[in-house]
Design a protein around this ligand. Sequence first.
Ligand code: NAD
Length: 291
Amino acid sequence: AGTVLDGKAIASQIEIELAEEVADFIQNNGDGPTLAAVLVGDDPASAVYVRNKRLACDRVGIESKMHRLPAETGEEELLELIAKLNADEDINGILVQLPLPPQIRSAKILDAVHPLKDVDCFHPENVGLLVQGRPRFLPCTPHGVLQILDRSGISVAGKQCVVVGRSDIVGKPVATLLAAKDSPVGPNCCNGTVTVCHSRTSDLAAITRTADVLVAAIGIPKFIKADMVKPGAVVIDVGINRTETGLCGDVDYEAVREIASAITPVPRGVGPLTVVMLMLNTLTAARLQLT
Ligand code: NAD
């Protein structure tokens, strides 16, 4: 069976490194990096995500300020809060937990976050910089995928990479980063030959079977079966699906592990990295705002 890539352990290691950098920052600048977390409504999964992010802030020494708004909050009201946080010099990063309630247009809100405080890297300016190969922030989950590869000694350079999923949050930016000429993470996690698959792809299995590195970001439990994976492939499972038997990924883990050379589990895979990368972006934001 393939190596299990322990995302939780990698995330803990990065947290230790980051805590030191945060301590240095505080020593040099007095004030520490501060993250504002905005949670609208009472989606239980969102509440858990925000809680995990705030606990991670505590662990690395980043201050977090919570803004909880009722489910019936209007767009204008939320835009007012964003404007207030944008103008607040004590806030370095702004996290708006998705999904937002249906009466609020997410794009309107995300576009309103100040680009230098956009720690999720959702603002068009930051997405543009990423696509042009001069990123200001790296998006958290895609960055987490790169960190797992890099810190596990897996190179994607010159390899066949297949990303299943084309969302703005995961699939698209992962594909961009893997295909890039350079990477802030390291020379081994760029220069991939990347194919993006999605819900309209025909003969998906024939394409996924070409992958040396397969990234699944679909949102369907156990969608990637063993016969869709090339023996010896590295499999990164971004999926987090709630089922009656608990959390599971987009990959049929037990069966795929038998033929993969390495695989991320769910939970304890990509998820923990996403949270640490948000911490890193908050520190980056605080540094950017010094000048
Ligand atoms: P999404 O729903 O926005 O996108 C899913 C993508 O999968 C779409 O681009 C779609 O084209 C593709 N797809 C759907 N059905 C398909 C099919 N039958 N064949 C091929 N492609 C298909 O989801 P997302 O936001 O990209 O999230 C994907 C998964 O990753 C979810 O399970 C989500 O919970 C998880 N996620 C995890 C983290 C993390 O920190 N680990 C972060 C974000 C999302």
